[in-house]
Design a protein around this ligand. Structure first.
Ligand SMILES: Cc1ncc(COP(=O)(O)O)c(C=O)c1O
Length: 379
């Protein structure tokens, strides 16, 4: 895949990389977008053959994400398929250090591997550096992987990535950072010591809630080759149309995020003042318990917040009453989505308050969003 602007990709800012990445060569009459390739195979005699390892649309998306993250990228059929390409392949008996609170399905998957006797889990408060260092090294075997979510979902905790990645490296553990919530504009974990970045591209990267996809990026060419081989062996390649849509969505990430982050700041402030709201979790809160890490690691305060009401009943009613905001799971889309995370299996055991509502802010007008929240809260 030839990319216009590739030669000066190093010099371009992320907002420009979003626009220039993964384009066909600038030759007369060539299309400006990579045409959608819907073909499972190619004519014999070339290098490609069967499309199990991707088409031009896969390569265009991977080149753009790789340029943003500062590494090489592999696209998968889902965020879960991307994380499985790491976790499924761990040697028997490997230890994985995980946050006590993070994306619940990831935890369910890891628990399933434990139930099969495949791995050992060491859950730890990842905002406590000393506890992580201990979990990495002080058991009978050193950990193989440190799994982080930055920020975590839905509590928005921010671990000290450079410190923890250095500790992981010192015992030979791979640091994997799920930065789905932050997006590649919020943080590029490879630049802060992370070995692998994982994204659910189903969220802000594609941005329109119209596909499911995952991405792994790493600066290590050997790891990248392994992930591509595992994708081939597992058959977890995303479809060509989805790759096209994902890159098309990515082009507008910076403007979508700008609006959504600004609205999130306004809504977080107003929710904190509302009598029916108990606590608000928001990265821009000056009293955020990890404010230092937020300031040093994150480029913005994000488009996700969570808040607790005075009861589970009120939280459920709130989700049922919203009219502009959609009561649905997921985040990072143009449309605002809200749900009670405690309704999911495993969430409460992870420390998510039962009466907590997560709001993923979209790009609607902020005053319409507030009007909707206010009417739903006052019912
Ligand atoms: C933080 C986070 N990581 C991973 C995933 C899984 O990604 P996918 O739904 O694309 O499989 C999700 C999905 O909700 C998520 O929110």
């Amino acid at each position: 895949m030839s990319t216009p602007g590739e030669d000066d990709a190093e010099m371009l800012r992320p907002e420009s990389l979003l626009v220039t990445g993964g384009r066909p060569p600038r030759t007369p009459d060539a299309p400006v977008n990579t045409p959608i390739t819907l073909s499972a195979t190619t004519h014999a005699g070339g290098e490609r053959g069967y499309a199990r390892s991707g088409t031009d649309n896969t390569l265009a998306l991977e080149a753009t994400i790789g340029a943003l993250e500062g590494g090489l990228t592999t696209a998968f059929s889902a965020g879960m398929a991307a994380s499985n390409a790491i976790l499924d392949w761990l040697p028997l008996g490997s230890a994985v250090v995980i946050p006590t609170s993070f994306y619940n399905l990831q935890r369910s998957y890891l628990d399933a591997l434990v139930a099969l006797g495949r791995i050992e889990l060491r859950p730890v408060d990842v905002t406590d550096d000393r506890a992580v260092v201990q979990a990495l090294s002080s058991h009978h075997t050193a950990a193989a992987v440190l799994w982080l979510e930055l920020p975590s979902n839905p509590l928005l905790q921010v671990p000290d990535l450079p410190v923890l990645a250095a500790a992981a490296k010192s015992v030979g553990a791979l640091t994997v950072v799920d930065s789905t919530v932050a997006t590649p504009l919020g943080i590029q974990p490879l630049r802060h010591g992370g070995d692998v970045v994982m994204h659910s591209a189903s969220k802000a990267i594609s941005g329109h809630s119209d596909l499911i996809m995952g991405l792994l990026s790493t600066a290590d060419p050997e790891l990248d080759a392994q992930y591509k081989q595992r994708r081939t062996l597992a058959g977890s390649l995303p479809g060509g149309l989805d790759c096209y849509l994902s890159l098309r969505g990515l082009r507008t990430l910076s403007v979508r995020l700008e609006r959504a982050c600004a609205s999130t700041a306004v809504l977080a402030g107003r929710l904190a003042e509302h009598p029916a709201v108990r606590t608000v979790h928001y990265l821009g809160d000056p009293a955020h318990p990890n404010a230092k890490q937020v300031a040093s690691l994150l480029g913005n305060h994000g488009a996700l917040l969570s808040f607790t009401t005075d009861s589970v009943r009120r939280a459920d009613e709130l989700c049922a009453r919203v009219r502009l905001i959609t009561h649905a799971t997921s985040l990072g889309g143009v449309e605002s989505l809200m749900e009670r995370r405690g309704a999911y299996p495993g969430e409460i055991a992870q420390g998510t308050p039962a009466e907590m509502v997560r709001l993923a802010v979209g790009i609607e007008h902020v005053e319409d969003l507030w009007d909707d929240l206010e009417q739903a809260l006052s019912g």
